[in-house]
Design a protein around this ligand. Sequence first.
Ligand code: HEM
Length: 321
Amino acid sequence: MTARLPTNTSSAEPQSICNPITSSAIFIVATLGPGSERATKVRAWCADIAALTRSVGKRVPAGNLSCVCGFGANAWDTLFGGPRPAALHGFREFGSEGRLAVATPGDVLLHIRADQMDLCFELATQLICALGDAISVVDEVQGFRYFDMRSIIGFVDGTENPVGRKAIDFTIVGDEDPAFSGGSYVLVQKYLHNMTAWNALSVEAQERVIGRTKLSDIELDASVKPSSSHSALTTITKDGQEVKILRDNMPFGRPGAGEFGTYFIGYARSPEPLEQMLENMFVGKPPGNYDRLLDFSTAVTGNLFFAPSADLLEELAERNP
Ligand code: HEM
């Protein structure tokens, strides 16, 4: 049974979080440069993001261009002062060497999506140029939608995402934190896969790792689905009811360089379900019963951000911490 969260009655307009799936995305993580002048520049930029997105997107209305901007805990304090979104904190690492959800530097996140990479590229260029030396980009990934909505490891990805009203109720902060209602917590991780080892498994063995059939994307029957499967460990409950997150992972890679990756992005109303899933995957449930997908996948980045409502994002430009 899916959790009945308090319906989100927030009147603040969220950023474009529950958008339809697109065929392209750019993920940018940047750190803030030192000094108050740079902070002032980033603050002022917050009021320009929506207008720049309109300017680029208007030219191709069917391109579904959107942008979500998020800030890490330290950046929030530096840029906007207190109070901070109630549950925002630095990325918590899970696991240990060999199987670790690493924390890496990151103050600002841009999640740019469209049905054409040129739109994503143009908006990323405009947004980054406007910031100049106020930030340093520490990671930039161009993701593409693989055929059949498959992840790079060949399984359909995103099937169990919540939709419609449930997507909003599971991702958008409501009355539990009134000053930040309309916002959302965002966790990102860049994964690299050992495709040679993964492809050496039989399809049946891969299906037991994911917990679903590969061709038809149907959940394995409970009698054969291992408790260590990815889908079992990322299905979590609170007070007996399922708690979901909203994912929009993208494959990326450079075949010539042997690079095959998944950019994981998950939105939730609190970091708690995201962190519970990471703990189940990396530490295991019970400990030791970990996600075998991690025998073939290495997390090379990890960050937690808060994406304020679209209204608050504009207002933040006026803050004087
Ligand atoms: C190595 C990178 C990852 C890959 C390739 C991957 C791939 C997949 C695939 C193929 C599915 C099954 C279809 C679906 O419902 O979407 C799935 C399900 C899911 N994944 Fe991942 N995933 C990755 C990382 C993560 C992480 C880091 C989290 C959470 C922190 C996560 C959370 C989930 C959830 C919640 C589901 C749905 C479970 C269910 O309700 O059955 N995934 N993932």
